[in-house]
Design a protein around this ligand. Sequence first.
Ligand code: MG
Length: 382
Amino acid sequence: MTRSIALLGSTGSIGRQTLEVARELGVEVAALTANRSVDLLEQQARAFRPRLAVLCDADAANELRRRLADTDVEVMSGMDGLLAAATMDEADTLVTAVVGMIGLRPTLAAIERKKRIALANKETLVCAGELVMDAADRHGAELIPVDSEHSAIFQCLQGCRDRGEIKRLLLTCSGGPFYGLSRGELAGKTRADALRHPNWTMGAKITVDSATLMNKGLELIEAMRLYRLPLARVEAVIHRQSIVHSLVEFRDGALLAQLGTPDMKLPIRYALTYPNRAPSAEPPLDLLSCPPLTFAPPDEEAFRCLKLAKQAAAAGGTACAVLNGANEAAVGAFLAERIGFLDVPALVERALAEVAQVSNPTLSDILEADRLSRASVERHIS
Ligand code: MG
């Protein structure tokens, strides 16, 4: 059980819910980090009194330091600040709730300190899954997924000692706001359309990823890395109700699933209390009033991002880092209304074709693949 956390990405959707869970569990907060939200980080720092508060943006950090001058909270900025938060002795668990590749180096640094990692930053495992999992094994650090699908699988695998007993992992997928539409119908979809998710309230980047189904593609790769399974044993299945959070099929034909309301506090709470379970004040799923549960295959022709993710997973090496970097850049451009919805898969596909792949990549190969893929996207937009 976690006693004290360092929380990377405290002002985002997962970060704010993590603080609610920490308060409810009586878990201390040793560090808070965010990108540039001075107002909210100041409020959080006053409420939780961490030893360290970090804003990535240097000007924002200066402003925060001025505002927190009457407290004993230390303020840092940039990657140095993130690394200091990730490695501080006061925290036994690092919660990584940042979006994107920026979570990679702090996660590796915390693993080296043998901290528990509550991982809500899927890009880290997508880009550098082998490096991260090898480091966790070598240092004996626990990696507990916070992503709802991976938490469901993690819960279903409790008591499973032999990974050879797993036949398949089935990741459920809501289908997003554009479920059932053809490629032609997707062409004119705007930022506002994409941000209307039917079941989950999340940050903008992941909501767009849910609309393109890239989120599920990234999650397939995340599951392959976490459970060290080949692509052939990890599948996505459309489940519109978001009640079955994922399933494991075992070799004897048993299927285990975790069900619940769409509430991220459950996987957050479990990651902090594992191997125990704490009581929750939220109303549980009521089976008698929940809608019928349906399942369908995803349409990979209309939603090309899922297909591209599988291609990158099959290619291995730096391909997943290229996929992710290009996607982050393209989604950023879509959110800035610089490109259309179908440009996202087109730009990712171009980056995968253009950026030279490296097999058995080192950390610097991965960071370089990430940089080159973003550059490829920018070149084609401008
Ligand atoms: Mg998820």
